[in-house]
Design a protein around this ligand. Structure first.
Ligand code: SF4
Length: 359
């Protein structure tokens, strides 16, 4: 992992984005914001699984008028997502949101953008300048790479905001195309020190989005770029938080929640029903065994090595397996008892005190 890019800290309610703060997880509500009850219920569900910042769409002034009531009923910072209307942005700030997300390119009148920036400054509200590839290309720019257009536009907006003495800025440059998104973030990361909100926009349903986001968001994070993220999925927002968490855990940017199951892909050497064993163990693992790594491997080629490096592991053989516990081979067990004996051992183990595993 490359050392993390040092960004300036921006306060969003009681959550810091950038600086030395950990990378935070965000999502967006999928309810009508005017339906306060449903929106609050969805946010509470998201809070329960670890969402740290929530954004709500503000398509009308009526929606903007509901933000204060929503904010009163939730624990995490609330971000208003505004397009086109500076009036709705002013309403959202007045309602006490913690951040607004705007694309200044959608508010054609420079004077109106300035009104919004001044209001945000007065109230200590942060602004995310969010540029999406869909809104950026003008006629005559067909030959200019999209990433360059996005970066040039966002830097112009930053300069404008800075000329008004405003620096509580978070940036996002999302495209649905992964290489374009990565190029844009890499370039902007070199050009300024504002914290970066990572995401691949319109990334599709879960399977497609998780793949694109793991590569795009995960790739940038592995290069030290990024301060907060949202995985966008056509589906329930809890899936976005679960996917974001998995990316952070895979990169070791966040402690693994619950256990981590390591299993081999199987091949012609495997002589146990590994797939069924792994699935049964997965479905029965107690969630409270925080930070434990469990390996279930098909044969003696890589099996003992992986099993030894984990807190608990099985290396399969011909109808049997070797059980390893914190690096030591404990005993040989028949295939029919692999699941029950592994779960029994797990039951007797406490989570590692250092928050990580033996691996
Ligand atoms: S651990 Fe053994 S069974 Fe599993 S993939 Fe490797 S060689 Fe094949």
């Amino acid at each position: 992992m490359t050392k993390r890019r040092r960004s300036r800290p921006v306060q969003v309610g009681d959550v810091q984005i950038g600086g030395d703060a950990p990378v935070t997880l965000q999502s967006m509500t999928k309810t009508h914001t005017t339906d306060v009850k449903a929106t609050v219920e969805q946010i509470k569900e998201l809070e329960d699984i670890g969402c740290e910042i929530i954004r709500a769409a503000v398509p009308t002034r009526e929606a903007a008028g509901c933000l204060g009531e929503i904010k009163k009923q939730i624990q995490i910072p609330l971000v208003a997502d505004i397009h086109f209307s500076h009036r709705m942005a002013l309403d959202a700030i007045e309602q006490g949101v913690d951040k607004i997300r705007i694309n200044p390119g959608n508010m054609k009148d420079r004077g109106k953008v300035e009104e919004v920036v001044r209001a945000a400054k007065d109230k200590g509200v942060a602004i995310r300048i969010g540029v999406n590839s869909g809104s950026i290309r003008d006629r005559g720019q067909e030959d200019v790479p999209m990433a360059d257009l996005m970066v040039d536009a966002i830097l112009r907006y930053c300069e404008h905001f800075e000329s008004l003495g405003f620096r509580d800025i978070v940036l996002s440059l999302k495209a649905s195309d992964v290489p374009t998104t990565m190029d844009a973030y890499r370039r902007v990361a070199k050009e300024c020190d504002y914290p970066l909100h990572l995401g691949i926009t319109a990334a599709g349903p879960a399977a497609t989005s998780i793949m694109k986001s793991a590569i795009g968001i995960g790739g940038l994070l592995s290069e030290g770029i990024g301060d907060t993220l949202r995985v966008s999925i056509t589906g329930h927002p809890t899936e976005e938080i679960k996917a974001g968490k998995s990316i952070l855990e895979a990169l070791r940017l966040r402690e693994v929640e619950g256990w981590e199951l390591i299993s081999c892909p199987m091949c012609g050497r495997c002589e146990i029903d590994l797939e069924s064993i792994v699935e049964e163990v997965r479905s029965k693992l107690p969630p409270e065994k925080r930070g434990l790594q469990i390996a279930i491997m098909g044969c003696a080629v890589n099996g003992p090595g992986e099993a030894q490096e984990c807190d608990l592991g099985i290396a399969g053989g011909h109808g049997f397996g070797l059980l390893f516990k914190r690096g030591e081979m404990v005993r040989k067990i028949p295939e029919s008892e692999m699941v029950s004996q592994l779960l029994k051992e797990l039951d007797e183990m406490s989570a590692p005190t250092n928050g990580g595993s033996g691996k």
